[in-house]
Design a protein around this ligand. Sequence first.
Ligand code: AMP
Length: 596
Amino acid sequence: MDIILGIDLGTTNSVASVVINGEIQLIKKNGEAILPSVVGLDEAGNLLVGRAARNQAVLAPERTIKSIKRKMGVAATVSLGDQEYTPQEISAMILRRLKEHAEEQLGQPVSKAVITVPAFFNEIQREATREAGELAGLEVVRIINEPTAASLTYEAKAEHLERLLVYDLGGGTFDVSVVQMEQGIVEVLASHGDTKLGGDDFDDLLLDHVADAFQKKHDIDLRLSLIAKSRLLRSCEDAKIALSTEPFATIELEFIAEKDGHPLHLVREIERAEYEELIEALISKTLVCVDESLSDAKLQAPQIDKVILVGGSSRTPLVQRLLEERLQQPLHTEVDPDLSVAMGAAVQGALIAGVDVGPILVDITPHTLGIQALGYHDGLYNEFMFAPIISRLSALPANKSEMFSTASDGQKAVIIAVYQGENSDIRRNEKVGEFKLEGLADVEAGNEILVRFHLNQDGILKVTVMERATGLEKQLTIDNAMEKFRQKNRDAARSRIDAAFNVEPASAQISTKPILVKPTKLAKGIVPAELQRDVDEAYELLLTAQKLIPEATPEDAAELLSLTGRLEKVLAVPTAETLKTATAELEDLVFYLQDA
Ligand code: AMP
């Protein structure tokens, strides 16, 4: 039977995949599916393709060729050692390596392939890609668009009209396409992008940020030394990737430079928020392309059935947050964004060979997992806020951490109550576990608490909570967190939780407050500094008052509701005057009720 290899020939990385017995298989070498699209010669003149070539790129640029895809279709040559090669020839070396890996894995010759290209590639570039395949000894049975391939991975058998938006942010390029599928016919309705925007730019921005600070401190520009720059760049990329799952990352490079005969070390902690500030403008640029492609396709965001993320950089949380906000719908990340184009190319290959492709099985989280937190939103504190940590439709295993901080001065403990669901109010979600971390340092509010979730393929959720300053840590393992949710009747669960919260004595809730989400930052942005103290007191009063409502008589409850409502409005845009009026009456009522 014909085996047709699906190949994603990328600017930064390439991947191959194949459908065997109706199932998609990735081609791997030493357990690794991704082959960096880099070709080089080592010192002895031997050909290097992939990781080895990539590793020497900064140190031996004259012997290394990166991003050859950008030159496809251009009548120019590149030199490698003492030879000149066309872009097709360099691409052919990458393709040939993938073919060899496939033959090794499958134990049989492979001679046919479907290769993907960006939707914006013109005929000359497509032809050059076909030629590269042929030079590698592959019959290119079809060239397909990358967004089409990604869509096929998610929707191989769309019977009804489906419209997908494919957001592809890789290492060096960005594309967004609107794709329409109906009964096997796939059409790219619109496509926009920026061929010079990607994760490499994020690395560069972080590198400049760190190098500038180092220069300011030591008066040494690390960018001037090839070796220092190359080490720093690699650490910046590692830190960037870590920041996709961790709230902070540390760049640590020993002996990075020398001053007055003494070695200098670089140790720099980067907060996610600090990194996000650096890259936000670039991400905004991609959102403009999203708007343009929707407008070209004459569609509004709600008419899109599925939003698919492709490319390694689409794992960046800020990308996901801003895109989700813009499109007002959940994003699909079930299939690894680095692999989905190659997998879709394999699906296309199977369809051409007349082979049925079964559904793609990926383990995903059906619901968002997070914790209870004290939030500040629209001018009011909400102690029932759900702070998501692992979002729904994430592929398993999933690892994610977020930073929280304590709500009050001298707070000795935090309760970590774990919930599952999609509502921003925990009372509408399902509680899957709870534990307490005690013995926190006696410090002011704002003590940083790291919460880490690790959900494995079997649905076992490991929650770790750590006081950042001291390393004090505690763990909770919740077996079968996902099953719990599926099996239970949600409505029954909801009322049970509601009831549980209403009957809980107020004192028990105050003794160990839930932790405050991104607290001072949000509050300080809105509240004028001179009012901060009054505002904090007003919130304390508001919380106390809200807790009295369930136990109050109907008349008192109505009065409490009216006065707390007024205070909430005032807190949205507080002034000294309005705060004073709004708190005075409520304070009296609270004192009266507490005394009673
Ligand atoms: P691609 O061209 O699709 O293979 O994407 C490669 C780019 O994705 C590189 O810039 C990587 O540094 C970046 N990347 C890979 N994994 C992550 C991650 N978890 N978070 C952010 N960027 C990533």
